[in-house]
Design a protein. Structure first.
Length: 178
């Protein structure tokens, strides 16, 4: 868990060591959701296929994905009504424009899936000449919390690793990872 923005300064190890276990858990949950159970339970599958157990295991249905999509479908399968005023009011029309421009219910569905499979769902809300609402994968989100109260979030950092393959403002480096 990040307790200071100094932990992500240039030259610091990335990802921060305290976040590695969370990121591994997200990767395992993603593999289960996608049906790659052998990547998560590889050793168990290998053991069960050996002659010493004289058995085989086949995962016929992907319950991780079925349950995640079930919760998202129950929450957003029938489009909820969101109101900000009377039916024809200026406020309601503005809200409906924001919802439509951002395809909000599909974004909310993505976030609901993330909550179900990862335990965390992130909406990124910003303004760039218009309101923008996006879903952010939880593996890219790093909350910075107060050292004496982890519920007191001081900052939200969205960050990822990328490869630079051309000369940049960073001193002409090539093929470096950030």
């Amino acid at each position: 868990m990040l307790t200071s923005l100094n932990q992500i300064d240039i030259g610091q190890p990335w990802p921060v060591e305290s976040e590695i276990e969370r990121l591994r858990r997200y990767e395992a949950n993603k593999n289960l959701f996608e049906g790659y159970h052998d990547l998560v339970f590889g050793d168990w599958v290998r053991r069960l296929y050996r002659d010493e157990y004289d058995t085989a295991v086949f995962i016929v249905t992907n319950w991780a994905k079925r349950l995640s999509t079930l919760w998202a479908d129950l929450l957003l399968g029938e489009r909820p009504r969101i109101t900000a005023g009377e039916q024809k009011s200026k406020e309601q029309q503005q809200l409906e424009k924001i919802i439509n421009d951002n395809d909000f219910f599909n974004v909310a569905y993505e976030v609901a899936l993330d909550i179900s499979r990862y335990g965390t769902g992130i909406f990124k809300v910003r303004y760039d000449k218009r309101p923008i609402i996006e879903a952010v994968p939880p593996s890219l989100w790093f909350p910075v919390v107060s050292p004496d109260n982890i519920k007191d979030v001081q900052a939200h950092v969205i960050a990822w690793t990328f490869e630079i393959t051309e000369k940049t403002l960073f001193g002409g480096r090539e093929k470096e990872y950030f």
